[in-house]
Design a protein around this ligand. Structure first.
Ligand code: SF4
Length: 309
């Protein structure tokens, strides 16, 4: 094993720390993590952690969620600038006015939002459980869904609800090119297209399966097909390929003329092995959430965890 990885694992033991990593992290970070998962899995794992320090290899809102669930533990993030375009698309003050303009609505927010936005919500969801969470609200009660309009649209179609959608989106999932995807599928007509529901409707319409990152992994594992075009952040391919070494996985192409022809989240990729090491060594940068926000944000997260059992 590479020396730096060994040093990280030694430090982790010494400091009684745990490393939680998102599927979109670089493979070398996934390798040294105690748990690798999607937002739902990571929140469930964060709720059970008994280590003193949680190093969150992901983006800021994920580390915040871990902190909300573990106020007495130190939560550290290798790069504080690892944000999220989707979370940034929903500023708390403007969102508060949006809620006020829709009185009597239940507010459901996708977990990819700031702690302040969660504090304004009745329920939080992930892409794994969004349909279930929305269906937990009686049909006569109107819903605001934020911040991802693509996921909201998809859930509206699945459930027949007419949720009011906040106009936010993820730059990575909106980067897929339909023309290039169709051309790629022509080259591989035997491949099944699978997509994350943060993708735009025209991409979802081409997909044989739509689901969360863990849902997509489960799908390729159990599917009798052997070739897949995968429309989500390309980091998932590492874990997916480990699960199905005999199958062929092709990243869906993005608009940009990039060399790997795939979509990568620049925020997720801000974390590097060196930053993970420095972060553990210095126990910094630390992610904090004020008591007032934390207490309010915990309620919708706990409701989600309860409904997801
Ligand atoms: S992939 Fe999109 S939603 Fe996920 S962290 Fe990156 S910008 Fe945010």
């Amino acid at each position: 094993m590479e020396k730096r990885k060994e040093r990280i694992l030694d430090l982790k033991k010494q400091k009684n720390a745990v490393i939680l990593a998102h599927y979109y992290q670089a493979p070398e970070i996934q390798e040294i993590a105690d748990y690798v998962g999607d937002s739902l899995g990571l929140s469930q794992e964060a709720a059970k952690v008994d280590a003193a320090i949680i190093l969150f290899a992901g983006v800021h809102f994920m580390a915040e969620t871990a902190k909300i669930l573990n106020p007495n533990k130190k939560v550290i993030l290798p790069d504080l600038n690892a944000g999220c375009s989707l979370a940034d698309s929903c500023p708390p003050l403007i969102f508060k006015k949006f809620i006020e303009a829709h009185p009597d609505h239940i507010v459901i927010t996708y977990i990819n939002c700031s702690a302040e936005i969660k504090a304004l919500s009745h329920l939080v969801c992930t892409s794994s459980n969004a349909e279930k969470i929305v269906n937990s609200v009686p049909t006569n009660i109107p819903i605001i869904f934020a911040p991802d309009k693509n996921l909201g649209n998809y859930i509206n179609q699945k459930t027949g609800r007419k949720m009011v959608l906040w106009d936010g989106s993820c730059v990575v999932h909106e980067a897929f090119s339909l023309d290039k995807l169709i051309a790629l599928h022509r080259l591989h007509p035997d491949a099944k297209i699978i997509a994350h529901p943060e993708s735009e409707t025209h991409i979802l319409e081409t997909a044989s399966y739509i689901g969360s990152t863990s849902g997509m992994i489960a799908y390729v594992k159990t599917s009798p097909f052997t070739k897949f075009i995968v429309a989500t952040e390309a980091g998932i391919l590492y874990k997916m390929q480990q699960e199905v070494p005999e199958k062929i996985l092709i990243p869906a192409p993005s608009h940009e003329n990039n060399t790997c022809a795939c979509s990568e989240c620049g925020f997720m990729k801000m974390n590097t092995l060196q930053k993970v090491y420095d972060c553990l060594l210095n126990e910094s940068p630390e992610v904090t959430v004020s008591k007032g926000i934390r207490e309010k944000a915990l309620i919708p997260i706990e409701r989600m965890l309860e409904l997801s059992k």
